[in-house]
Design a binder for this molecule. Structure first.
Ligand SMILES: Cc1ncc(COP(=O)(O)O)c(C=O)c1O
Length: 475
């Protein structure tokens, strides 16, 4: 077909959906990581620069699918336990497919009213689901990193406003200092957000943690006693290593006292992994006090299992959120009394990524979300029980959510070598995918159960493979 002829949508959609379906249906059985993921091989396969004449779109899509097929990781399958990576709920996929086909640039209601309202409702439902203050504002951003950035930008606005400084107008040179307090194990995206906000990593004071990497409230109190002026405190709902929750009630009490002493203070919750726990009554004791805090970031693309990319930034103080993010230009069409997405995140143009949140929440229902939180936690415990019963491994953390930290025990004392050998062996045979970490100086294996598709059989297959490779590598 001549490249200049009108596109044949059906042929393109058929080519893409046939390849997509083949991929999705292969997930239960296919190797998680393609066997020969060689950079040079992939490069030479794909490196076919566009020539002067174009190529039929359906042909390109078909070739892309077959070229990349062996090199696509089964992240949306039930046996991917690396990093913290969510799967793909069917409702999210369907909505994302439509969002791509609709090609809506979604910053303003006036331009794309349908998706703007779907996002407005997704925001409202999500806030309600996790029990946050109903007036909270919501921005759909690319991920946890940008959600934290957005919330901390709102914090920066509000705290400096309270001491008479307009940071949006004047920037930071000459501004009153703003101190940020977080724990020693704070996720790397928090200092990175401080860099992006011009506050700098040196604004960060780190306080110590307990054995589960929860911020110690007594040390927070001590740190705040030495701070005067605008203060941000960052806590966590779901630690990347232990899955633990900070003591939000204690933090809220301590911060109330700091405020009462005349220090404008904002508490941000990094809930990338487990803000969703707040939807589950069985987790109520873990998240008590969460709703007393000021902002919350989370990832739709983790436990909610919507497609990459989707982060969610939520602020109690909608005016601060909007003041930090909003933008205007004479040629735009704003202030239509409807919610304009560009007021709530750092993007100007963007895809309507919140639509998949709308679809997934409707499809799962409240009970489905609760079940997702509880099932991933109980599957994490299944891993922990089986591995510790094997005699080859110890579980380092208290498994209170979907994260497990594993210490493989080598008789020769070289646990790090054994850990890496086991993970590499399981990865190479394709049965499952695990990643490691260095935690308090020790090489450990992490398990993250974040996929709606993971079931008991997936866990048992993964455990069998892990133990087989443990036996093979013990010397
Ligand atoms: C605790 C925590 N915060 C923030 C992030 C960053 O999220 P994203 O990768 O979506 O930007 C992660 C990612 O794993 C995380 O585990």
């Amino acid at each position: 077909m001549d490249a200049m002829r009108p596109t044949d949508w059906k042929r393109v959609v058929d080519a893409a959906s046939a390849a997509a379906l083949e991929h999705l249906e292969s997930l239960p059985d296919r190797p998680v990581l393609p066997a020969a993921a060689d950079h040079e091989a992939i490069l030479s396969l794909l490196d076919r620069p566009p020539g002067p004449a174009g190529i039929d779109a359906a042909q390109v899509v078909g070739e892309l699918a077959s070229d990349l097929r062996p090199y696509i990781t089964a992240q949306a399958g039930g046996r991917y336990f690396g990093f913290v990576v969510g799967g793909l709920h069917p409702a999210a996929l369907g909505a994302e497919f439509l969002v791509s086909a609709w090609d809506q640039n979604a910053p303003m209601f006036a331009a794309t009213p349908g998706v703007a309202v779907a996002e407005e409702l997704a925001a409202r439902w999500f806030v309600d689901l996790v029990g946050l203050p109903p007036q909270s504002s919501v921005g759909f951003v690319t991920g946890g990193q940008m959600a934290t950035f957005t919330c901390l930008a709102a914090a920066r606005h509000e705290l400096l406003r309270e001491v008479g400084w307009d940071v949006e107008a004047r920037g930071l040179p000459g501004a009153p200092p703003l101190t940020v307090v977080a724990k020693t194990g704070v996720h790397a995206t928090v200092p990175r957000a401080l860099r992006l906000l011009g506050l700098g990593e040196q604004a960060l004071i780190r306080v110590g943690c307990d054995d589960e990497d929860r911020m110690r409230p007594d040390l927070l109190e001590e740190a705040l006693a030495a701070i005067e002026g605008p203060t941000v405190v960052v806590v966590e709902s779901g630690n990347v290593n232990t899955g633990s929750f900070d003591d939000f009630e204690a933090v809220a009490d301590i911060v109330d006292a700091h405020r009462a002493a005349g220090n404008p203070t904002w508490v941000h919750v990094d809930g990338a992994i487990m803000l969703l726990a707040a939807a589950a009554p069985s987790m109520a004791d873990k998240v008590a006090g969460l709703d007393r805090l000021d902002s919350w970031s989370t990832d739709g693309h983790k436990l909610l299992n919507v497609a990459y990319d989707c982060g969610i930034a939520i602020c109690r103080n909608a005016a601060a959120h909007r003041a930090a993010m909003s933008v205007t230009a004479a040629y735009l069409e704003q202030d239509t009394c409807a919610r304009d997405p560009l007021d709530w995140g750092p993007d100007f143009s963007r895809r309507a990524r919140g639509v998949q949140v709308y679809a997934t929440l409707r499809s799962l229902g409240r009970d489905g979300v609760i079940e997702l939180v509880e099932r991933t936690t109980s599957l994490a415990r299944r891993f922990a029980d089986a591995l510790s019963a094997s005699g080859y491994a110890e579980i380092v953390n208290d498994v209170v959510s979907n994260q497990v930290l594993v210490r493989w025990q080598s008789p020769d004392g070289d646990n790090g070598r054994l850990t890496d050998a086991i993970m590499a062996g399981v990865r190479a045979e394709g049965t499952a995918f695990f990643t490691g970490t260095t935690y308090r100086g020790e090489r450990l294996m992490r398990i993250s159960v974040s996929d709606w598709a993971t079931d008991e059989d997936d866990v048992d297959r993964a455990v069998e493979a892990l133990l087989r490779h443990a036996r093979l590598n013990i010397r």
